[in-house]
Structures are given as structure tokens and as C-alpha cells.
Design a protein around this ligand. Structure first.
Ligand code: SAH
Ligand code: SF4
Ligand code: F3S
Length: 453
């Protein structure tokens, strides 16, 4: 297939992506899907015959961005007449509103429909009207994705699970991505083998609740359903794959098998993104998280016992309805107790249709701002301390690309830190020992251990 797809590209597609890694993965797959139709990707929107905005609905700001982007595209469309498609979670949540507010849009489709893109493009061109596709059919999408996958570099995302049944009261994801669905282990293995054959050495398994992943055992074997721990061990045996990561996990689904894999499977990298959102049990309950601060702390203790050097990362929300000063101090206390290697933090954003939006005791914006600042200062200190603790150590780094300065290569440490070092470009795609010499704001500087020796 690849032979006749690369040569005859006559049209250009510009894709802009917001939101989580699953959107990044989906965008890559859309580009792949369009190649056989003669679409080559472009970074220049002015050259595009088709513009795809792959959108995120998680916070108000994220959702607004699509409308300002559409405003910018309007004159361009009038001039050049390209097709405009809005994909992703805003499309799923506000499909009808998009077509009403932005008539320049030709196609609106949700995250579960993009495998129908070729057909939608043809339909929009033929009918000269809007096409709206927001049905949930994740299994059909997963089937459609079984086809050829082209690797782009030495690392790759692989979706294994999509959707969420947890219904945290602040979150739109269960509405935009639908119920939890897992991909079958054999399909995942086939995709990973394809990637490995093209030189990929590190895979990141993706899911909105990736550790809720479950599949019947591989074809030809017997036994119980598999969980994520078994999947990681299984994929570790694919030739060429040296590093495995996964994201995002939920504290309720951290089972013993998965925790044990961190201790035993050396290809499973010592980095875990395990969001807790808040440190007050009262707020966690109002958020419908299904765990307490104590149970989260205990889970982390067990994980650290299995893999002492593991880097813990997370997500925090400040200013959820009902969060008073004492509840916020509980969040600060939990953060001090966990000591994160890195952690994202957000101001609560009221999302229409979620239970949180109509709760009493919404928190004032200036209070949210002040809390976020304090929390972020603490998290930044923790991150810098974690990075500083690597100085003097030698870490295996998978070099992925050239740095901005001549001769420089960039890669990732096992803990997902960016590491810069001067080295031969032949080292790209290799895992090399790097001595860490110093830290920068968001990365580490090192030198090849064999040069340093
Ligand atoms: N499935 C993942 C990620 C969900 S979205 C999980 O459960 O962890 C990523 C992060 O965005 C969440 O972890 C949460 O911290 C944040 N988030 C989600 N909804 C939000 C809202 N309404 N306001 C502010 N932050 C939000
Ligand atoms: Fe959203 Fe909660 Fe599901 Fe994560 S677990 S996607 S925060 S509802
Ligand atoms: Fe955003 Fe949808 Fe991902 S809302 S965070 S793009 S699942």
C-alpha cells in the first residue's frame, strides 16, 4: 500500500490539534487515512485543501479556541474555498452549535467517527452541505484502525482503550468519548509489531482510563481476561520494543498485577501519571472520584515499594465547588506527602452538562487564581528537586531527534525528562547512557557516559 500512496499526493491537509495525547494519536491516524486519497500533510494553512481542527472540550478556554480559529479561517475559506472539518470533543459536544455559529464549516465529526473521514469529505463536496457525524461506535473505529500504520520516529502512541465510565462530576470526557471500550490484545500486538518493524523502540499505551483496559486472552491461548499489567509484559516481548509507558491511569484501577509489573518488567518505564485531583475527602466525594486521599497515598506507597525510583505525576484541580481554605490546604498537604516528579494543575472550569456546573458554592475566580499560584509554586519546587536529584547519575536516554544547537541530540530519560547531550546523529533511535550534568527549567543537560569516562 505504501508504494502508491507517497508519490501521487496532489492535495494538502492541515491538521491542528488541541487536548490530550489521544487527540494527537487520532490526528496522526487521520493524516494516515487521508494519504491513500492523495492528501499530503502541510504545516501551512494557506496551502491546504482541507483543514481539520481536532478539538478539546475539557475546559472552557480549550473549547473557545476552536471558534477563534474558525473566525481566522473564514476569510481564507472565502478566498480559497478549502474544506473545513471540526473533529474531536468539541465537535462531539457542540456539533449543532458549531454548524449554526460557523457556516464556513463543511464537516463536523466526533472522536468515534474519523474512520469515516474519506466518505464524509466526498459527501460534503458532492452535497455542498454540512456533514455531521457524532455517533458513538468505538468498536467500529477500532476495527477500521487495524489497517496499515506508518511510524513517525522512534516513539509512538498506541490507543488501547477509549472512553470513561467514571463520571467525575467536573468532567466532560464520559460525554464526549462515551463508555469505556478496550481494544483486543491481538489488534494491539499487531499494531505494535508493525511499529517495531519500522524502528519504533518506545510505545506509550493510551486510554482515558488506560488501566481499566481488559481483553480476552490472545487468540489460541486459554485463560482469564487480561489486564494492563499482562498487556505490558506481553508487549515487552515484541522484538525491537525496549520501552513501554501508559497513560492516563485512575487510582481505582491500579491492580496488583499492574503494580507488580512495575517491579518486575524492566521495559516498563518507572513513570506513572496517576491523577488524584484534590486532597480533601469531602471534595473527592463531591467529585465522585471513588477514592479518598488516604487510599490514594496508600496506593502510591505500594507502587513505590514495588519500584522505589518511580516518578509519580498527577493532575490537580483547584476551586471545585465547595472547596474552602481548609479543603485547599488538604490538597497542599497531599502534594507535600506525595512529592510529585511533575504534576499538572488547573482551575476548575464549569462545563455545561456536568453535575459540577450546577453545584452550590462555586469558587470565585480570584480565589482560584491565588490557590493555583500557591499550588503551582509547590509543584514547581518538587519538579526542580526531582530533576536536580538526577545530576551526577547516569541514565539511559532514548535519543529521538536533533536539538536546536549544532551537534545536540534530545531524548527522554526513563522518568520522561527531556535530556540534551552532544552526540553523533547515528545515535538517534538508540538508548545510550548519559551522565546528567545539570538541570534547565524543563530539561536535563548531560554528556555521553562513554565520552565522560
Ligand atoms: N482520564 C484522565 C484525564 C482526564 S482530563 C483522568 O481521569 O485522569 C485531564 C485532566 O483535566 C483531569 O485529570 C483534570 O485534572 C482536568 N480537568 C478535567 N475536567 C476539568 C474541569 N472541568 N476543570 C478543570 N480541570 C479539569
Ligand atoms: Fe474525566 Fe474522571 Fe473519567 Fe478521568 S476518570 S476522564 S477525570 S470522568
Ligand atoms: Fe480534551 Fe477530549 Fe482529550 S475533551 S482532554 S480531547 S478526551
Amino acid at each position: 500500500m505504501s508504494e502508491n500512496t507517497t508519490t501521487t499526493a496532489v492535495k494538502r491537509v492541515f491538521v491542528k490539534t488541541w487536548g490530550c495525547q489521544m487527540n494527537v494519536y487520532d490526528s496522526e491516524r487521520m493524516t494516515g487515512l487521508l494519504k491513500p486519497l492523495g492528501y499530503a500533510p502541510t504545516d501551512v494553512v494557506d496551502d491546504a485543501d482541507l483543514v481539520i481542527l481536532n478539538t478539546c472540550h475539557i475546559r472552557e478556554k480549550a473549547a473557545e479556541k476552536v471558534y477563534s480559529e474558525l473566525g481566522r479561517l473564514k476569510p481564507l475559506k472565502e478566498e480559497r474555498g478549502m474544506q473545513i472539518a471540526v473533529a474531536g470533543c468539541v465537535a462531539q459536544a457542540e456539533g449543532a452549535e458549531i454548524t449554526a455559529r460557523a457556516p464556513q464549516v463543511d464537516i463536523v465529526f466526533g472522536p468515534q467517527s474519523y474512520h469515516k473521514l474519506p466518505e464524509m469529505i466526498a459527501r460534503a463536496a458532492r452535497d455542498k452541505g454540512e456533514v455531521l457525524e457524532t455517533h458513538f461506535d468505538v468498536e467500529e473505529k477500532f476495527d477500521a484502525l487495524a489497517a496499515h500504520r506508518e511510524a513517525d520516529g522512534y516513539t509512538a502512541f498506541v490507543t488501547v482503550q477509549e472512553g470513561c465510565d467514571k463520571f467525575c462530576t467536573f468532567c466532560v470526557v464520559p460525554y464526549t468519548r462515551g463508555a469505556e471500550v478496550s481494544r483486543h490484545v491481538d489488534m494491539i500486538t499487531a499494531e505494535v509489531r508493525q511499529l517495531a518493524a519500522q524502528g519504533v523502540r518506545e510505545i506509550t499505551l493510551l486510554g482515558q482510563n488506560v488501566n481499566a483496559w481488559q481483553s480476552p486472552a490472545p487468540a489460541g491461548t486459554s485463560g482469564d481476561a487480561w489486564g494492563l499489567g499482562q498487556l505490558c509484559r506481553h508487549l515487552a516481548r515484541v522484538d525491537g520494543i525496549d520501552r513501554i509507558r501508559f497513560t492516563t491511569s485512575h487510582p481505582r484501577d491500579m491492580d496488583d498485577e499492574l503494580i507488580a509489573a512495575f517491579g518486575e518488567e524492566e521495559k516498563l518505564m518507572p513513570y506513572l501519571h496517576l491523577p488524584v485531583q484534590a486532597g480533601s475527602d469531602r471534595i473527592l466525594k463531591a467529585m465522585n472520584r471513588g477514592h479518598t486521599a488516604e487510599s490514594y497515598i496508600r496506593t502510591i506507597e505500594i507502587i513505590r515499594a514495588a519500584r522505589p525510583d518511580i516518578a509519580i505525576s498527577g493532575d490537580m484541580i483547584v476551586g471545585f465547588p465547595g472547596e474552602d481554605d481548609a479543603a485547599f490546604e488538604d490538597t497542599m498537604a497531599l502534594v507535600r506527602e506525595i512529592n510529585y516528579a511533575s504534576c499538572f494543575s488547573f482551575k476548575y472550569s464549569r462545563r455545561p452538562g456536568t453535575p459540577g456546573a450546577t453545584m452550590a458554592k462555586q469558587v470565585a475566580e480570584d480565589v482560584k487564581n491565588e490557590r493555583l499560584q500557591r499550588l503551582q509554586a509547590l509543584l514547581e519546587d518538587q519538579k526542580q528537586a526531582f530533576n536536580a536529584a538526577q545530576v551526577g547519575r547516569t541514565l539511559p536516554v532514548l535519543f529521538e531527534k536533533h536539538g536546536r544547537q549544532a551537534g545536540q541530540l534530545i531524548g527522554r530519560s526513563p522518568y520522561l525528562q527531556s535530556v540534551f547531550a552532544v552526540g553523533d546523529p547515528a545515535l538517534l533511535g538508540q538508548i545510550v547512557d548519559v551522565r546528567i550534568d545539570g538541570t534547565m527549567t524543563n530539561s536535563l543537560a548531560g554528556s555521553l557516559a562513554r565520552d565522560a569516562a
